[in-house]
Write a protein that binds this ligand. Structure first.
Ligand code: FAD
Length: 303
């Protein structure tokens, strides 16, 4: 694959990083190390996930608050509709607003029993992500991301239903869609064409998942409807007990995917960091996003 950057788009690349709220002091220390390493890459924003049924409500708020207070990063708070009344969700929104957070990632979420269980809206809650977007907008959110599924959400009977849901979210005020992770760039491109044909014009930002552990990613992909191509499985074959080679292959695979998307004209990328910096730093480096002034002055000239 090509290690060059297209000179006309390289400088316009924007990245965002997703974290999950840490469960204990050790994980918090690791997240802090990660944010310190990633903040020098000047991401457009970072986001912090929200556990099913509000299970991480306090931890998400604490993490978002700390990022706001102690870094230059601009945090977005994820929020879901699961198992919460409208009043409860509105209270969480108000808490974030009081911290000065106006960026959100609005989701329906999955039932607490896990992906695959049947979703039932809370009787007095927001029925879906589109309604949540409307509530956020009404309460003054300025930047609202929503999910998008290049390979279709597993619950969607067809692409038309999926695209229709995205349209409802955008009509209610979503300003950006971030995709589920995927490995097949052709399916992403077809999906973007499909939603543009449906009259949806917000940025569709590919969600990139660096493969820290192929076995886990393959299992998770099966549950969320992401296709794992045979070539990808072959690249990681036999590396289960060789973490160093696994990491090198993972960096190469993700860089290849991102560089191919850059070639296709994509300029915004969202990284599912899993609270780890190494692979993300390597991939960003390869698309010309460097940490220090000295490094950026030494950016390679695109071939
Ligand atoms: P929606 O956008 O409301 O729906 C997704 C698709 O499912 C729709 O396109 C629609 O076609 C279909 N669908 C939904 N309901 C039905 C139905 N009743 N019948 C038929 N089809 C239906 N989860 C968390 O718990 N916390 C997070 O912080 C979080 N962050 C995420 C961030 C991103 C960028 C993405 C892509 C996902 C995230 N998720 C998170 C996962 C998400 O909650 C699940 O994928 C969930 O199953 C759907 O939520 P949604 O907002 O994408 O749903």
């Amino acid at each position: 694959f090509r290690f060059s950057r297209r000179p006309d788009i390289g400088d316009r690349i924007k990245v965002s990083f997703e974290f999950f709220p840490p469960k204990n002091d050790l994980m918090e220390a690791r997240l802090w190390e990660t944010t310190t390493r990633l903040q020098v890459l000047s991401p457009d924003f970072v986001s912090v996930t929200y556990g099913a049924g509000g299970s991480t409500r306090e931890r998400t708020a604490r993490t978002v608050g700390r990022i706001r207070r102690e870094t230059d990063l601009d945090p977005a708070a994820h929020l879901t509709c699961v198992d919460a009344s409208r009043a409860e969700v509105d209270e969480v929104i108000a808490e974030f607003m009081a911290m000065g957070v106006t960026r959100f990632v609005a989701l329906r979420g999955d039932p607490a029993e896990g992906v695959g269980a049947r979703y039932r809206p809370h009787p007095s809650g927001y029925a879906n992500a589109a309604e949540l977007v409307g509530a956020l907008k009404a309460q003054g959110a300025t930047d609202i991301s929503v999910s998008a599924y290049p390979e279709k959400h597993p619950e969607s009977p067809d692409f038309a239903t999926d695209v229709d849901m995205l349209k409802r979210k955008v009509d209610n005020g979503a300003t950006r869609a971030i995709t589920q992770f995927f490995f097949d760039n052709d399916s992403f491109e077809r999906y973007v064409e499909r939603i543009r044909r449906a009259g949806i014009y917000v940025p569709i930002v590919p969600g990139i998942l660096p493969v820290h552990n192929f076995t886990q990613v393959a299992n998770f992909s099966a549950r969320c409807g992401t296709h794992v191509p045979a070539w990808l499985a072959e690249r990681f074959e036999g590396l289960e007990d060789d973490p160093q080679t696994h990491a090198l292959v993972a960096a190469a695979v993700a860089a290849e995917q991102v560089l191919d998307l850059v070639e296709r004209g994509i300029t915004d990328f969202h990284f599912y960091t899993m609270n780890r910096a190494d692979l993300v730093v390597a991939i960003c480096h390869m698309i010309g996003i460097r940490g220090s002034t000295a490094a950026s002055e030494n950016r390679p000239v695109a071939a």
